[in-house]
Write a protein that binds this ligand. Structure first.
Ligand code: GLU
Length: 297
């Protein structure tokens, strides 16, 4: 089985940039005869609860654009046993970390690939030291990566190599970390094609490395340039009418939004009515515009 997926975080309604990435993920999966899963990244229960019932609206918005998914929808919050089991397989490499963000920032380590690798402070603690620290702070769990480097293949960015540091697998509030859960789920769902926003390109080497640690083969990645506002920064809800609901309130239909997204992907002329099925006929990954998409809301 081969599959792609779209994995939104249900913390706010999908904006035009998210919807455009979903369209590309759907085109890539369906255009190659793959299954296409929808996975709701709702592990951070407190954040998700604070956002209200967002996921249902995300499902409705994706359907309104004509994107179809293979059932069932996967909810990460229902997969805690799977994360626990995967962590069990890696137990030799996992260790408790008591560092605060500040301590990590203060520990000397040079930036690398745009991030500061975890300096390894808690890697060598003795059981007695851990026992003592547990009294003042619950631990996060990190994975010992031995400063591996990993190279991934991205459909648009080509070969991308990155350092793998001892990243967090479970946060100190008990929530499984995104970088861990995403890999466990992609393996469980047979995902061999990962299409998402290019803000996650730098996470791909760690995720590919973790996939190998769990005995899997890393997927083929495709990171889509983000949507940006007039200031050139990543599009956000505050940038104006950027969700289907905002646009509907201005009289813009979902069909018109699909047409707008298609034009931004160089798959339609501005204002040309299109359907998702028609876009599938026109789709060619080589034509994906490589620059960020400017949304002038
Ligand atoms: N939940 C992430 C997002 O909304 C995507 C994660 C992924 O596709 O790996 O940006």
């Amino acid at each position: 089985m081969t599959a792609g997926r779209y994995a939104p975080s249900p913390t706010s309604a999908l904006h035009l940039g998210n919807l455009r990435t979903a369209v590309v993920a759907w085109l890539m999966a369906r255009g190659t005869g793959r299954r296409f899963w929808l996975r709701i990244e709702d592990l951070d229960v407190a954040r998700v609860a604070a956002a209200g019932p967002v996921a249902e609206g995300q499902l409705a918005d994706l359907a309104a654009l004509g994107l179809d998914f293979d059932p069932p929808v996967m909810w990460q919050s229902a997969r805690l046993d799977a994360y626990q089991a995967a962590a069990g397989l890696l137990s030799d490499r996992l260790y408790e970390c008591f560092c605060t963000r500040r301590e990590i920032a203060e520990a000397a380590s040079a930036p690398h690939d745009g991030f500061r690798p975890y300096p390894g402070t808690c890697r060598g603690l003795s059981e007695a030291e851990r026992e003592q620290r547990r009294r003042s702070r619950p631990p996060a769990l990190r994975i010992r990566a031995d400063a591996a480097t990993c190279t991934v293949t991205d459909i648009w960015a080509g070969e991308v190599s990155g350092l793998v540091d001892d990243f967090v697998v479970r946060r100190n509030d008990g929530v499984w970390a995104y970088n861990f859960a995403v890999v466990v789920d992609d393996l469980a769902q047979g995902v061999d094609q990962v299409i998402r926003g290019d803000d996650l390109l730098s996470s791909a080497p760690r995720q590919a490395w973790l996939t190998q640690q769990l005995g899997g083969e890393p997927p083929r990645y495709g990171h889509v340039p983000l949507a940006v506002n007039r200031a050139g920064t990543r599009l956000a809800k505050r940038d104006g009418a950027v969700t289907l609901a905002d646009l509907a309130a201005r009289g813009v239909t979902a069909d018109q939004v699909l047409s707008m997204l298609a034009a931004s992907l160089a798959l339609a002329a501005p204002g040309e009515p299109v359907t998702a099925a028609e876009l599938l006929r026109r789709w060619d990954p080589a034509r994906l515009p490589r620059a960020p998409w400017l949304v002038d809301g």
